[in-house]
Design a protein around this ligand. Structure first.
Ligand SMILES: C[S@@+](CC[C@H](N)C(=O)[O-])C[C@H]1O[C@@H](n2cnc3c(N)ncnc32)[C@H](O)[C@@H]1O
Length: 532
């Protein structure tokens, strides 16, 4: 039993120790073990909300935090539930410096600490008794930092303990959540602070199904990536609160976005059926104040009906293959093996790109990409200057890259026709500000993979062939796609960086195209009928 004053002073010491331990580790060390502590205010807010939803059902608490750090969540549990209600408490921590600190700070207040890897502790037949309350902020370790054997071990373990098959692209937090839930008591409560990425990407599908079918998901609160109130570590994070019990029929989940868990900016109740059908969960609540909400009408025409969307080319080494046109000329490289290419979006100021007589963009210092299909012996004989330049690839290590290594000849690029419209592939932007820009390309330049290339297709292509002047209207309509729509279909990464893949751009509503040219709507309809 510990009184409140004693608890407060332990919490103050914890914060000081946490700051010291963090300062003693480099950014990459902290990343390797996912060491970003939960601010205590937030831990308290999460614990408080969990108490509200649990009501009296947790009369005696058996607490666990599977990656306890210095114990921010245990400290919060003491504040919210009081030590007299806590019957048992366990923290597991892989890093002895954190584990020892947690034991020193909270041992007297009833916390047992095991210094070990949680995923191994939970796998043992002699694992510790099951908790009925888990408050956790697991390590955010991405899949490519998990060794192959570790990944296989974790996948097999989750398959055994949860009966769930996990996609190998999942980060460690997915395994943590599933394993800890398998370990916990039936009817227990859990709150997890995790990255929101799983809500939108393919690898999140298994976890989403688990949250729909196997537990009763009560609350999903996503922080606003632009809201810096909790510091960088919380960017793109979500809090999930659930009870370990199958959901009742007609269950609805409270989804909220922005503000705090207690006072969110927007909230809505979402039926499990809606969640089951939704590709992305970050679009809930569907409200313009949600940075990911999308007014896209799923049944209406989409950009994908009118454009084939394709990433620009990946050269394998832009520094080597892309050069200024003037430089290519000065070096005497043959014109036919240099293709105009747009500079990276950072260096492209204009959104309407005009062309010179050779198809090069009328911009400062236009660029070209080396793209040649001649076999090496012919190239060597016929074009010495280009051949000599290409010989420098060896010492620069250009040919060691995966992309370059698998091409024949290795200096031949992926083939793309110039696209009349492009969209930048990544960027920042909140509220009305659009994270991506559309470009009207009237030159013969292609784009690198920092662009998506939009090739008009079907009825739109036919219309543009007949009436070239309509291209300006097409560009104007693309310019009306809102920041909300773009963010809603794209995905957001830590730090608020948005990206959009070709299929995602293709899903954006093109209703405005049909409003302007109703004949396009009829054409889309007919294609739809073919597949019905
Ligand atoms: C995101 S921090 C959260 C710490 C603490 N729960 C909090 O909320 O402040 C994740 C913690 O997990 C620990 N960790 C990393 N891998 C682990 C593993 N396999 N088993 C147990 N703990 C681990 C890290 O050392 C780090 O302290």
């Amino acid at each position: 039993m510990i009184d409140q004053q004693h608890k407060n002073s332990a919490e103050a010491r914890r914060q000081a120790i946490q700051a010291d331990l963090d300062a003693g580790r480099s950014g990459s060390e902290r990343n390797r073990l996912g060491q970003f502590a939960t601010p205590n205010d937030l831990a308290i807010e999460i614990a408080r909300y969990t108490q509200t939803v649990a009501g009296n059902s947790l009369s005696t608490i058996h607490f666990a935090d599977p990656s306890v750090g210095t114990g921010s969540f245990y400290s919060a549990a003491l504040t919210v539930f009081g030590s007299e209600r806590i019957g048992r408490a366990l923290g597991i921590e892989i890093d002895p410096a954190f584990g020892d600190a947690a034991r020193d700070l909270w041992g007297d207040a009833g916390l047992d600490v095991i210094c070990d890897d949680f995923t191994r502790v939970v796998a043992r037949s002699s694992r510790p008794p099951s908790p009925n309350l888990i408050l956790a902020n697991p390590p955010y370790i991405r899949h490519h930092h998990l060794g192959r054997e570790d990944k296989q071990r974790l996948q097999a373990l989750v398959s055994r303990m949860n009966g769930v098959e996990i996609n190998g692209l999942s980060g460690l937090y997915v395994y943590f959540l599933l394993l800890a839930t398998a370990w916990m008591e039936e009817d227990g409560y859990a709150a997890w602070l995790i990255p929101s990425e799983f809500m939108d990407v393919n690898y999140g599908a298994a976890l989403k199904r688990f949250l729909i079918d196997r537990v009763t998901l009560l609350r999903v609160h996503r922080f606003d990536p632009d809201d810096v109130q909790f510091g960088d570590a919380l960017v793109s994070s979500v809090v999930l609160i659930f009870r370990k019990a199958p959901p009742v029929h007609e269950h609805v989940v409270d989804f909220s976005f922005g503000g705090t868990l207690g006072v969110p900016r927007v909230c809505d109740s979402i039926r499990l059926e809606q969640l089951r059908e939704a590709r992305k969960w970050t679009t809930f609540p569907n409200n313009h104040k949600n940075d990911r909400s999308t007014p896209t009408n799923e049944d209406g025409p989409t950009l994908g009906d009118f454009f084939r969307v394709q990433r620009g080319i990946a050269t394998g080494s832009n520094k080597f293959f892309i050069l200024e046109r003037a430089d290519g000329e000065r070096r005497g490289f043959p014109e036919q093996y240099l293709r105009p290419i747009l500079p990276s979006p950072r260096h492209l100021q204009a959104t309407v790109i005009d062309s010179d007589s050779k198809g090069y963009p009328l911009i400062d210092r236009p660029l070209c990409v080396i793209d040649c299909d001649l076999p090496e012996h012919t190239l060597k004989q016929r074009h010495t200057a280009l051949w000599n330049y290409l010989q420098t690839a060896d010492e620069l290590g250009v040919k060691d890259g995966f992309l370059v290594g698998k091409r024949t000849p290795w200096y031949k690029q992926e083939q793309r026709k110039p696209a009349p419209f492009l969209c930048t592939y990544m960027g920042r932007g909140s509220d009305q500000k659009r994270p991506f820009r559309f470009v009207w390309n009237r030159s013969q330049a292609i784009g690198t993979n920092l662009y998506l290339m939009l090739y008009p297709r079907n009825a739109l292509a036919a219309m543009l062939r007949q009436h070239t002047s309509c291209a300006a209207d097409v560009f104007a309509l693309l310019g009306q796609v809102t920041g909300h729509e773009l963010r809603g279909e794209g995905r957001v990464y830590g730090g608020g960086l948005n990206k959009i893949e070709p299929r995602e751009l293709g899903r954006i509503s093109a209703a405005s195209f049909v409003q302007l040219w109703p004949q396009l709507g009829a054409a889309v309809q007919r294609q739809g009928d073919l597949f019905d």
